[in-house]
Write a protein that binds this ligand. Structure first.
Ligand SMILES: Nc1ccn([C@@H]2O[C@H](COP(=O)(O)OP(=O)(O)OP(=O)(O)O)[C@@H](O)[C@H]2O)c(=O)n1
Ligand SMILES: C[C@](O)(CO)[C@H](O)COP(=O)(O)O
Length: 239
């Protein structure tokens, strides 16, 4: 029997690579903001207990969110790096509800196209090592010579996966792992790498190519094109 899960949505980034006039999570996608679209993925799922949204210290946009008054949505102030925002979200959660040993999901605000089918895969996946959505590499992968745009080697594509989110770990174990990585000066760009540093070997759960992270301007065009495809996929999932 799966207990409903809390989800932490890191949304405190500035979107530098997007080069927009606002943080990218507040850019429009099919008539709503990217962030509101991302919250929408979780808010009515029967196995989601609540949504924690980490926004920037000087965020001037959250107050316009369609979800900011919703009973299941709680805002907190994020940190300098994504891992700091996730740590602050975990501390907020652990101070508010007793979920120490329970799994939490962490999902990028910048991934508004996660389908219900993929969300269900990670929610229903059971493991004592945690789990993350990821995609096997489709292209040949080259290792670069450090500091020069030259090929050093070709990696075995059969062992390369590209991490996505949601990533699912026990709340307290994830907080401990993030704190330990920070204490050792290890830069972590996802929750899984912090858990690996603590010796965990999380399960790889197949994500989907459409679960893109909106990072560069062209990703907005891709997201708009994919949005109706995801709506259709969700209607089949819920039928
Ligand atoms: N201090 C930070 C940095 C990032 N994020 C969030 O982490 C997710 C993934 O990060 P990324 O795609 O890198 O977003 P940005 O950091 O905003 O992008 P950039 O690196 O281009 O500035 C985003 O939803 C972003 O809002 C966060 O919550 N706190
Ligand atoms: C968490 C993540 O989306 C997994 O691929 C990715 O690491 C986020 O990286 P970013 O540089 O913070 O976008």
């Amino acid at each position: 029997m799966i207990k409903p899960l809390w989800v932490i949505i890191p949304a405190a980034g500035v979107g530098q690579r997007m080069q927009a006039n606002c943080p990218k999570q507040y850019l429009p996608l099919a008539g709503q903001t990217i962030l509101d679209r991302t919250i929408d993925i979780f808010i009515s799922h029967p196995l989601i207990a609540g949504v924690l949204v980490g926004v920037g210290e000087n965020d001037a946009y959250w107050s316009d969110s369609k979800w900011q008054q919703h009973d299941l949505v709680h805002m907190f102030v994020g940190g300098k790096e994504r891992c700091d925002t996730v740590q602050k979200g975990l501390r907020y959660l652990l101070d508010t509800v007793d979920v120490m040993q329970q799994d939490v999901l962490v999902h990028d605000a910048a991934r508004p196209l996660l389908s219900q089918a993929a969300l269900n895969r990670i929610i229903h996946h059971t493991s004592d090592q945690g789990a993350l959505l990821a995609m096997p590499a489709k292209d040949t992968v080259k290792l670069q010579v450090l500091g020069q745009p030259l090929v050093d080697a070709t990696l075995d594509r059969g062992t390369i996966w590209l991490a996505q989110t949601p990533q699912k770990f026990p709340a307290q174990a994830l907080l401990d792992a993030l704190q330990q990585a920070q204490a050792y000066g290890v830069v972590v760009t996802d929750e899984c790498s912090a858990m690996e540093f603590s010796g965990w070997h999380p399960d790889l759960v197949i994500g989907e190519s459409s679960n893109i992270k909106i990072t560069l301007p062209e990703d907005l065009l891709i997201a708009e094109a994919l949005f109706s495809y995801i709506l259709d996929s969700n209607s089949k999932c819920n039928s």
